[in-house]
Write a protein that binds this ligand. Sequence first.
Ligand code: SAM
Length: 326
Amino acid sequence: MMRDGFGRRIDYLRLSVTDRCNLRCVYCLPEAAARFAPGSDLLSDDEIVTLAGAFARLGVAKIRITGGEPLVRPGLPALVRRLRALPGIEDLSLSTNGVLLSGLAAELKAAGLSRVNVSLDTLDDQRFAKIARFGSLGSVLAGVEAAVEAGLAPVKLNVVVARGMNDDEVGAFAALTDDKPLHVRFIELMPMGETGFFTPERRVPLGEMMAAAGPLEPSAAPLGHGPARYYRRPGAAGTVGFISALSCGFCDACNRVRLSASGTLIACLDGEDGVDLRTPLRAGAGQDELMTLIREGVRAKPESHRMIARAGAAEANPRYMCSIGG
Ligand code: SAM
């Protein structure tokens, strides 16, 4: 079992399998000139499995595959199968924008994927084109349906809320949970990436989101809860959750670290530094050496993120969320 320098147990790895994305959401990536790592820097399937195996031997039991957009990585189902087979991995989930999900959901389920989170910020076609700049709302909704049908449950929808972008849709998203066993999570906009999108005015505080999603009563969390707080609309089939890095900190209970698509261990979502695992891996490091490096990286995890200070100074973390995996 791994603990960081503040005694937090780390048993959850967010594993980015690509930094590329087929969308360019306004708050996440610039439309042109996104800085992606050279292809030769990206980990191969074998390298990902070797590193994930080292994390698993150190007590990581849950892996979430993320990106970039993980579904643009060729051969993802085969990689899922290999990760699922790692001793100690009990839960394997995926975060996706959903655009390519309808064609892959059944295959991913058969390969051993447990569940999916789909990111979707609007229920309006034209607005989707403005926010995501590529893809289509119809393809994402088809992906959500395919995930439910394939049994990739619980299916969670992640909605980043920003003033003037979609803050008028919180009620409509929350209402989706009334009849369907969907779990809608509203995510407070974070100062990440040099998109110039984050401003303090664009942030919609937790209280305002909760009022718009209500009426709400406290609820148990669906499987795999992390930093979200969960509620239920009276009589609803699904739940409504809130992830608010700025309004109420979640660092005390943080149980996760991240591995970037180019093999850097990033101990905090808001961290700017990381531990390069790719270079030693490619130089022939064995599991023991990799495990030592991982332990050191985890021990150096900061006590909390610095997003509140960043937001106050209107300064974003220079890393794109796409390079960290969210
Ligand atoms: N492509 C996958 C997806 O769409 O879920 C995984 C990667 S994406 C970077 C992970 C999550 O980060 C998405 O839900 C996205 O909306 C969220 N995200 C990106 N930039 C953000 C920001 N500045 N503030 C809050 N959430 C952000």
